[in-house]
Ligand binder design. Structure first.
Ligand code: FEO
Length: 396
């Protein structure tokens, strides 16, 4: 299937309904994904990005429906990650003399992926390549989200192709944002931002400001995953600005795991305390919750309360991965606290608090822990703990 974005510009990518885990198994893609590649027919022929390697032939078949693939002059590799550059080896066998356009960091990383000596051309921000009627203009976007990332803009058609930025892991029958369920799209877009782009939020703001100053018309934003923004395309740019600024909805999440329900009973009592103070909350037992979905909820909230029993002087294994993510993602403007049951040594609260500090989460009050099963009185203290947390959180 091929889709025309504007006259002479085609989507020649692949919809992957089957993929449910991305980055190996690191990222859950409940709604599948797409690998978007764009073919531009002008006096010269350009392909912007490819697809994940296993889908190379499908992309090549798509291109051949429009034009003989051998006629491609330029292949723009906006990003070296294999879900976009993976089609290069099969494609370049058919067009060995074509020019592969990359950023300087792409020049380093793409040969290290494929060990091929293609005809590379390195571009930087402001460089352009004339295709005849229209030109491709490049804007490097380091760390959005890899050092090599760049955006490609097609003049005349006013199409921005920013690769991963503004994308979503979302398989759908429609290719454009006016053809799909936008509630689903935004759920996937915020998940993508929270799990992948959050550490680079300051760069996102700078890049958007830089782009706005260029004052170039944008009719379509065509990312490399998910839907193409055709209706009010700048809506997703404005959303990114809002997300990058670190706002939150004033709610809280309680993230925990439990062995014999003691920590779970504490979690529920803390939640009762939050409710008494009118703070909205969600509870996530990490034994049965999807880590990426929970991180998305953390991204939206202000308060993060984390609980685990002590096990072998440490924490339950299900809690450790999300603590690692919090350290790496460095969400802005979060406050937190720790809790849990313990039997003997009781390092749990201290270990959680240490990690929250490393994640730049402000600890609002000393953690709370009780031995074995909490008594009715101790559960009452958990309710008070939740209330105190809520009051402090609302206070600033
Ligand atoms: Fe969709 Fe960074 O690759």
């Amino acid at each position: 299937m091929v889709i025309e974005l504007k006259e002479g510009v085609y989507w020649v990518g692949v919809v992957d309904w089957n993929i449910k885990k991305f980055h190996g198994h690191e990222y859950s893609t409940h709604r599948g994904s797409t690998y978007n590649a764009y073919l531009i027919i002008d006096k010269k022929i350009a392909l912007v990005d490819t697809v994940w390697g296993p889908y190379s032939q499908q992309m090549i078949e798509n291109i051949n429906k429009i034009i003989d693939v051998g006629k491609i002059d330029y292949v723009i590799a906006n990003h070296a990650e294999v879900d976009h550059s993976g089609g290069l080896p099969e494609l370049m066998k058919l067009i060995p003399n074509a020019t592969v356009v990359v950023s300087d960091k792409g020049r380093e990383s793409i040969p290290k992926h494929y060990h091929q000596d293609w005809n590379f051309k390195v571009v930087k921000t402001g460089d352009s390549i004339s295709l005849g009627e229209n030109s491709l203009v490049f804007v490097t976007a380091p760390m959005l989200h890899w050092p090599d990332s760049m955006f490609t803009y097609l003049t005349g058609k006013n199409i921005l192709m920013p690769n991963d930025a503004f994308g979503q892991h979302y398989a759908s029958s429609g290719r454009f944002n006016d053809e799909v369920d936008m509630i689903e799209v935004y759920q996937e877009a915020i998940k993508f931002y929270a799990n992948i782009l959050t550490p680079f939020s300051d760069l996102v703001i700078r890049k958007i400001d830089e782009f706005k100053k260029l004052n170039i018309p944008v009719d379509i934003i065509a990312p490399s995953h998910g839907i193409i923004w055709r209706k009010d395309p700048l809506q997703i740019v404005n959303k990114y600005y809002e997300w990058a600024s670190g706002g939150n909805d004033g709610s809280a999440v309680i993230i925990y795991d439990t062995m014999w329900n003691a920590t779970e009973r504490m979690a529920q009592a803390i939640a009762e305390g939050l409710a008494k103070e009118g703070v909205k909350f969600k509870l996530f037992n990490m034994a049965v919750s999807d880590r990426n979905d929970v991180l998305t909820e953390v991204f939206k909230t202000k308060g993060i309360i984390i609980g685990s029993p002590t096990l072998n002087n440490g924490l339950l294994p299900t809690i450790k991965p999300i603590l690692e993510d919090l350290k790496g993602l460095k969400f802005k403007n979060k406050v937190g606290a720790a809790f849990g049951s313990y039997g003997w040594s009781g390092e749990n609260v201290k270990l959680i608090e240490e990690t929250l500090e490393k994640a730049k989460v402000k600890i609002l009050l000393d953690g709370i822990k009780f031995k074995w099963q909490p008594t009715k009185e101790e559960l009452g203290k958990c309710v008070e703990f939740g209330r105190s947390f809520a009051v402090k959180m609302k206070g600033g």
